[in-house]
Design a protein around this ligand. Structure first.
Ligand code: PGA
Length: 248
């Protein structure tokens, strides 16, 4: 399976940073064996996509409905119109701060698919849940209820992001990532049959140039969703290099 490395800029970036997005796109082109994308603030998508037609620019959310009285929200068709090819849905920061439920996330993923976007649905447990021995139960429950019934690897990837690993510099032990990704795969195969083997499962949470080789070597880790280390081409490059080398 081709590795998929996706940057998540979160609420960072103005027009002054368009040059860094261009630097990332140029750098990524040097790793043709790896699929990559950068999910940036909605305000930058149109300019970045127009300047970088070869590169996959993405959004970080979309609304579950096509249009209407939803002040401040962005519809999937608007992301596509701006030039996005992919969007993150259900990031834990949105699950927590915007109170997004699994049902909300399922609706958003479906709305994005209808508009032809690729989608990355995020799942992950809190530290409290892991310490209580409930990580598998929580993540598998989110997975079960966040994915649309007609999910297909053609348009959907899944990111496992332990909430306590995001932005903290802490990562789970190798065996815990291995266990979680195997369990996610098992549920996908149980639910979708053979096609369940084809979904790309990304790991996210403090992935960087130092730990990417280890993380990307774990079975069923088919890529990464990267926050802090995607903000510059210099920090992002070693992760793409690790992904390019991981198949060898
Ligand atoms: P991080 O963020 O790499 O900064 O931990 C990952 C994410 O939230 O997607």
């Amino acid at each position: 399976m081709r590795k998929y490395i996706v940057g998540n800029w979160k609420m960072n970036g103005t027009s002054a940073d368009l040059h860094e997005i261009a630097a990332i796109a140029t750098m990524a082109a040097a790793y043709p064996s790896v699929d990559s994308a950068i999910c940036i603030p909605a305000t930058l998508i149109e300019r970045a996509a127009a300047a970088l037609p070869e590169f996959s620019i993405g959004g970080q959310d979309c609304h579950a409905t096509a249009s209407g009285a939803h002040t401040g929200c962005v519809a999937a068709a608007m992301l596509v119109d701006a030039g996005a090819r992919v969007t993150i849905i259900g990031h834990s920061e949105r699950r927590a701060a915007q109170h997004e439920t699994d049902a909300d996330i399922r609706g958003k993923a479906e709305a994005a698919r209808i508009e032809g976007l690729n989608v990355i649905v995020c799942v992950g447990e809190t530290l409290q849940e892991r310490d209580a021995g409930r990580a598998l139960e929580i993540v598998l429950g989110q997975l079960q209820h966040s994915l649309p019934a007609n999910s297909s690897a053609d348009w959907l990837s899944i990111a496992y992001e332990p909430v306590w690993a995001i932005g903290t510099g802490r990562i789970p032990e190798e065996k815990d990532v291995r266990e979680m990704h195997a369990a996610i795969r098992e549920q996908l195969v149980g639910r979708f049959g053979e096609t369940g083997k084809k979904f790309r499962l990304l790991y996210g949470g403090s992935m960087n140039g130092e730990n990417a080789t280890m993380l990307l070597a774990i079975p069923d880790v088919d890529g990464g969703l990267i926050g802090g280390a995607s903000l510059s081409a210099a920090k992002f490059e070693p992760i793409l290099a690790a992904a390019a080398n991981s198949g060898e």
